[in-house]
Design a binder for this molecule. Structure first.
Ligand SMILES: *Cc1c(COP(=O)(O)O)cnc(C)c1O
Ligand code: SF4
Length: 336
């Protein structure tokens, strides 16, 4: 029998990623039944405040059966704790709304501009700032990327364009081609960076047309993945990473430090070692953005520092991420 991950490794045409995207699980009852955790249904919040459960089936397949503390499940399952107000946790935790430069463009740091390329993701991560962002008015891809490209063209200090979101690989490859053509007319842009969780949660997105586009694009390319736990990797993810590297992209990962999910040294060490098997280097370990509904995931700075110290004592330097927090108004991420 050929399983989905076998098919990926053999590069047989598997199901189209858009089909897998549409077939993602959005019903918490269905997810819990699949995992043999029906008894948790009573503890679900009655109201998801417009940010419902959403998780691709391939990601669910990496969760442990009948384990209510599974670290992948905890990233996606709505919890009652989300509905509690916590002081200091706000709707716009990192002052994004103050940093807008043009439609969907956030230009906070010297040399690089970030585009909110898309408002959708294949997965809804419970700790995400995205649950409150007003994407409706803020999409850089609108109108053939016109406003965004114009902003970048007029500022010669921008050498790197970062596609973020949401997930920029939620866009059709044709839409990315459109951006690529525009970027090539701007000589001061030499690097394209893509911040995406799709190679991890829906690796089928890294399909042949996308890889061909990326490979042919005459810019330096960086793909920053987002994985928080070693269990998120499987042979399908390894294959997606291999294809990205074949297309000429450097691969980095940013993780978020999450209480009950990856806030111990063994787990973080296993994550670094597992991502390196896939050809990915750790980049940032983020202290949580303090968004409403995410307070129960927060880890203290003292504990976070001790985790990094333990990683440093047990790993080569290149497998230790930089521990940072995003602070509105700062000229870069702030080291902790
Ligand atoms: C995080 C972020 C970046 C990227 O910062 P690096 O330190 O280069 O990874 C760029 N722009 C904005 C608005 C950001 O939030
Ligand atoms: S993939 Fe990233 S942007 Fe999308 S919900 Fe998860 S953390 Fe948020």
């Amino acid at each position: 029998m050929i399983t989905a991950s076998h098919a990926a490794r053999l590069s047989l045409p598997g199901p189209d990623w858009r089909t897998l995207w549409r077939e993602a699980i959005t019903d918490a009852g269905e997810l819990l039944a699949l995992l043999g955790l029906e008894q948790l249904a009573d503890a679900l919040p009655a109201d998801d405040a417009g940010f419902g459960l959403r998780v691709p089936r391939g990601f669910v397949a990496r969760m442990r059966h009948s384990d209510a503390r599974d670290p992948l499940l905890l990233q996606v399952l709505p919890q009652l704790a989300e509905t509690q107000r916590a002081p200091g946790f706000s709707m716009d935790a990192v002052d994004d709304l103050a940093a807008r430069s043009a439609k969907g463009v956030l230009h906070k740091y010297q040399g690089r501009a970030l585009l909110i390329a898309s408002g959708s993701c294949a997965v809804n991560c419970r700790y995400c700032f995205r649950r409150h962002f007003p994407y409706g008015d803020e999409m850089a891809a609108a109108g053939q990327w016109r406003d965004a490209l114009e902003h970048v063209r007029q500022d010669a200090s921008i050498s790197e364009l970062i596609l973020s979101g949401g997930d920029p690989l939620a866009l059709a490859t044709g839409k990315l081609e459109e951006l690529g053509r525009g970027l090539l007319k701007i000589p001061h842009v030499t690097r394209l960076r893509i911040h995406t969780r799709l190679p991890v949660v829906l690796p089928e997105r890294i399909d042949a047309p996308f890889v061909e586009w990326l490979k042919a694009l005459p810019l330096q390319k960086v793909v920053v993945l987002h994985a928080n736990h070693a269990n998120e990797f499987d042979p399908g993810v390894d294959e997606a990473c291999a294809r990205l590297r074949e297309a000429g992209a450097s691969l980095l990962n940013q993780a978020v430090l999450l209480k009950g999910i990856n806030d111990d040294a063994d787990t973080l060490i296993a994550l670094s070692e597992r991502m390196f098997v896939a050809g990915v280097l750790p980049y940032y370990l983020h202290q949580l953005d303090r968004v409403q509904g995410a307070a129960h995931f927060e880890v203290t700075d003292t504990h976070a520092r001790s985790l990094i110290e333990r990683m440093r004592s047990r790993l080569p330097g290149y497998l230790v991420p930089k521990l940072v927090r995003e602070v509105g108004g700062d000229p870069s991420k702030r080291p902790i």
